[in-house]
Write a protein that binds this ligand. Structure first.
Ligand SMILES: Cc1ncc(COP(=O)(O)O)c(C=O)c1O
Length: 410
């Protein structure tokens, strides 16, 4: 086998992977049509059409476009009736917005551990954290893989606690034949640049509950109510509306995302087979009867199978081969922002977030998780072959000649 690129050999991959987001003729036409013929904001037909079509795409009765996924979580929490001091359970392995939205709603984030095999929130951990102050649970469909909503719904029903799905990465994901988002009380999506549907920035809320979505409407629109006066404000909301120009860019992607889902699913299968054959690299498990949007491809790296060579050394060798792998999220409770200033957030005063330690989140985030960017799943079979070859090439040398990696600084 060739020398590894990190030691001066020829890299497996010299070409970049497909560019994302794509710019299509349909997106340009839709954008220009709204630009020239419509209001760019309030009252635009484009926004109404997008809300209707996105609701259909996610098997929901209602959808509401929002300017970001982050704001969408805050809106859902407020619309679900979260009040000061309430507790909201969420995984300790997620993007920061899932947790900060809780704090911004004056509530207390309560972190649950994840399941090591799926990377998603562990219902058993959620169960152990329920108190009479728990007022919402936010499962995250990490990488697009549906969280275990079947077991979470049992907990939700037993304790009468609503589920708000963080489906920021899960456009088109399914559980038991139903798209995610509106399986619980409501859910959010993100259309930020890197997402499978993108308008640069953007978000949406979906739900089957009309009074919930009406409350969301109010919070996202300065506290106005549907059919109310322009200068009549019922809730402490904000202007969190999506621009019609963003909605115009997103509209044609409703169709293209449905075919991308199939392409991504095929790519995942090929990668799972190729990479899963390598002892010490473990593809994530999907729970029963689910389909993932396969936004990010995540596997687990077991260093004990590679003479305890650190994952970060493996990343360096992979990057040299032209395949960018990286660690992804850190345990959220370790983020510096959770060294709380009690003057700013008095309701969090006695909570020692930085002192938390969740076994699975720690193992997953700090040792095992290996992420591949979303554009790696929309390429050709040759692209996939290069990815698998890079994994094989690097791990073979690591297994045979571990001493070679001793001086690699990470
Ligand atoms: C899991 C998760 N939740 C929430 C968000 C926030 O979405 P946005 O970036 O649109 O605010 C993101 C996106 O980055 C995400 O990945």
């Amino acid at each position: 086998m060739n020398e590894l690129a990190i030691f001066g050999g020829i890299p497996i991959r010299k070409e970049p992977f497909p560019v994302w987001p794509r710019v299509t003729r349909e997106m340009k036409d839709s954008l220009i049509d709204t630009f020239e013929n419509q209001s760019w904001g309030v009252g635009s037909e484009t926004i109404d059409i997008f809300n209707t079509e996105f609701a259909k795409m996610q098997d929901a009765k209602f959808a509401l476009s929002i300017h970001s996924g982050t704001s969408a979580i805050w809106i859902c929490l407020k619309a679900a009736g979260i009040e000061a001091g309430d507790e909201v359970i969420l995984p300790s392995y997620t993007f920061i917005a899932t947790a900060t939205s809780v704090v911004l709603a004056n509530a207390v984030p309560v972190f649950a551990d994840i399941d090591l095999e799926t990377g998603n929130i562990d219902p058993a951990s959620v169960k152990s954290l329920i108190t009479n102050k728990t007022k919402a649970i936010i499962p995250v469909h990490t990488g697009g893989a549906p969280a275990d909503l079947v077991n979470l719904q049992k907990i939700s029903k037993k304790h009468n606690i609503p589920i708000i799905e963080d489906a920021a990465q899960a456009h088109g994901s399914m559980l038991n034949g139903k798209k995610v988002g509106a399986i619980g009380l409501g859910g959010i999506f993100s259309f930020q640049t890197s997402k499978n549907m993108s308008s640069g920035e953007g978000g949406a809320i979906v739900s089957n509950d009309e009074s919930f979505i009406d409350a969301c409407f109010s919070y996202h629109n300065c506290g106005r109510v549907r059919n109310g006066q322009w200068y009549e404000h019922h809730r402490l909301g904000s202007n969190l509306r999506m621009s019609a120009l963003n909605a115009a860019i997103l509209l044609p992607q409703i169709k293209s995302t449905s075919s991308d889902v199939l392409l991504r699913e095929r790519s995942r299968k090929i990668l799972d087979e190729g990479i899963g054959n390598i002892d010490g690299l473990v593809p994530l498990k999907l729970i029963k009867d689910t389909k993932s949007s396969n936004h990010i491809y995540i596997i687990r790296y077991k260093k004990e199978k590679f003479h305890n060579i650190k994952r970060e050394v493996f990343f360096k060798a992979m990057q040299a081969e032209g395949v960018y792998t990286y660690k992804g999220w850190s345990p959220l409770y370790k983020e510096p922002l959770f060294s709380i200033n009690p003057k700013e957030y008095p309701w969090l005063e006695n909570i020692d977030y930085n002192g938390l330690f969740h076994d699975n989140t720690e193992t997953f985030a700090q040792e095992q998780a290996v992420w591949l960017r979303q554009n790696h799943l929309i390429g050709t079979d040759n692209d996939l072959k290069d990815i698998i070859n890079a994994f094989e090439k690097v791990t073979t040398v690591m297994r045979k000649s571990p001493d070679k990696f001793k001086n690699i600084i990470t």
